[in-house]
Design a binder for this molecule. Structure first.
Ligand SMILES: [Zn+2]
Ligand SMILES: [Zn+2]
Length: 395
């Protein structure tokens, strides 16, 4: 089919619609699995297209399916929809009108780019062999929206043959397409421990079992253990981010609560991290005469890109391709799709042209901004990923 430059031209032709949809979504951010206003805007944007729409039962997600003129492979393109509980501080005239909610992760642009790609690809329906699924997904920011949509069967049976997603990246240069084979992003389990001793008078600690020094040693021992037990080629980050205990300066508490996040890049690393956390909490607490109750809330699996999909992204992006030298320890629930379907997530640099990307506000920051001039390129990438795969598979 088309050269990449032709997809860019088609995307540029729809630029006004793209930007106004993105800004409309940006001004009315919604959190979690229920994003009804966002879904309404997206459905309106694609209402006149020859798409079959499947709505998620328990979320505001939807999958729009485009059937090519001839049978063939199935490819999935994904855009997420939800925002963050952050008060926006950009000063933009289309800034959030919902207090305490902001599209600080760029999901407004992801879903708008996907809607534009759907319009362009529907215009090529007669030339297409195969099926394209457009997955509009809420609940990425910790709510497992991707997993729920998979479990609801919205991605089809059999599952698609390939899947692609883009994530805008404000600290990468304008128009860069950054990707890597293998682990792109980390698993994101939440770890919790309650170190239980016996409270008492702070002046008579020998009559109590003070959980505070035990908890302090647990925190340090965890860092030592991570450093000594983690293979350098399969990194792990364990951050204890909450310590809660105590009510008064002269009272020893009964217990200390610890909480944090465990980030790993492989199923093996994830199992190693969970085992390590439980073992260190339990035994260091026991050494102090305390006991530990440990809980691990499973987060997202690591996001693993298929090398064939990364090769396809590289071919299409050409000179704009940037091979990421290392994984990022953030997480993504597109990982659930990539556990089952070969594919890739790529980052799209949205720093303004000529700016120093390192000075830009990062994702999840109240001042995060996107150079919208890059967005048509994201639309073109979606179109090219899908059609290249439908035409030639992993060749
Ligand atoms: Zn995010
Ligand atoms: Zn995101």
């Amino acid at each position: 089919m088309e050269q990449f430059s032709e997809w860019v031209r088609a995307a540029e032709a729809g630029r006004d619609e793209l930007i106004s949809l993105r800004r409309a979504i940006h001004a009315r951010p919604e959190l979690g699995l229920q994003c009804p206003m966002t879904r309404e805007k997206l459905e309106a944007a694609i209402a006149d297209l020859p798409l079959t729409i499947l709505r998620s039962d328990s979320t505001s997600g939807l999958v729009a399916s485009l059937e090519g003129a001839r049978p063939g492979r199935t490819v999935l393109l994904r855009g997420d929809m939800d925002a963050l509980p952050i008060h926006e501080d950009t000063g933009l005239d289309f800034a959030s009108r919902e207090a305490g909610k902001m599209h600080a992760c760029g999901h407004d642009s992801h879903s708008a780019m996907l809607a534009s790609a759907a319009r362009i690809l529907c215009g090529r329906q007669a030339e297409l062999a195969g099926r394209i699924l457009f997955m509009f997904q809420p609940g990425e920011e910790g709510f497992h929206g991707g997993r729920i949509m998979l479990e609801e069967g919205l991605l089809g049976d059999p599952l698609p043959d390939a899947a692609f997603a883009l994530h805008i990246w404000p600290t990468l240069p304008h128009g860069t397409v950054a990707c890597r084979a293998g682990a792109m992003l980390a698993s994101t389990d939440t770890v919790k421990a309650r170190i239980i001793g016996k409270g008492g008078h702070a002046a008579m600690p020998h009559d109590a079992v003070d959980p505070i020094p035990a908890a302090a040693e647990v925190v340090l021992a965890l860092q030592v253990e991570v450093a000594r037990r983690t293979p350098v080629a399969d990194p792990m980050v364990l951050s204890i981010t909450c310590i809660n205990a105590g009510t008064a300066h002269n009272v020893l508490p009964d217990a200390v609560e610890l909480g944090g996040t465990l980030r790993t890049l492989s199923p093996e690393g994830r199992a190693r991290g969970r085992e390590l956390f439980e073992r260190v909490c339990t035994h260091v607490a026991a050494a102090h005469g305390c006991r530990a109750e440990v809980a691990i809330d499973p987060g997202y699996p690591p996001t693993i890109n298929d090398p064939r999909a990364v090769a396809l992204v590289r071919q299409i992006a050409g000179d704009d391709f940037h091979e990421l030298p290392s994984s990022n320890m953030g997480g993504e629930d597109f990982s659930y799709v990539l556990e089952k379907v070969p594919g890739a997530m790529a980052f799209l640099g949205v720093a303004p042209e000529g700016s120093d990307p390192a000075t830009r506000a990062p994702l999840h920051n109240p001042a995060m901004m996107i150079d919208e001039a890059v967005l048509p390129k994201g639309v073109a990438l979606h179109c090219a990923f899908a059609t290249r795969f439908l035409e030639r598979g992993w060749e």
